[in-house]
Design a protein around this ligand. Structure first.
Ligand code: AMP
Length: 113
């Protein structure tokens, strides 16, 4: 069965898509934790970071590059931002289709909760 994020990518469920290329789609998080909160998702379904193989190195890099390009485009690359992959229960993962969170627009505390 298609994941929630595949349904967003396929436009079966509405979302504010802000980035798109052949491999990666970026859309606004429905429950933003910062003024900017975008999720970068591979078109191909991969459940968790644990399911990435060596052959996925370029795809994983594409998620990071897409987030960095978006930060530059939107003008907050210099002020800064945070990128996060949550993995499984203790990492706080709730959607099992890997996604890179991009958070920006306010100072982000450390360590995270
Ligand atoms: P995670 O907890 O790391 O798996 O992140 C899943 C994220 O997906 C959460 O930040 C949710 O707010 C977000 N989310 C869940 N449903 C939607 C949706 N329909 N559109 C956009 N973001 C969503």
């Amino acid at each position: 069965m298609a994941t929630l994020f595949t349904k967003i990518i396929e436009r079966e469920i509405p979302a504010q898509i802000v980035y798109e290329d052949a491999h990666v789609v970026g859309f606004k998080d429905i429950n933003p934790q910062a003024p900017v909160h975008v999720l970068f998702v591979p078109r191909r379904e991969i459940a968790t970071l644990n399911d990435l193989g060596g052959e996925d190195a370029v795809l994983a890099g594409r998620l990071v590059l897409a987030a960095a390009a978006y930060a530059k485009q939107e003008g907050f690359a210099d002020s800064g931002y945070r990128t996060v992959f949550n993995c499984n229960r203790d990492g706080g993962q709730t959607v099992y289709h890997i996604h890179l969170h991009l958070l920006a627009g306010r100072p982000l505390s450390w360590p995270p909760g």
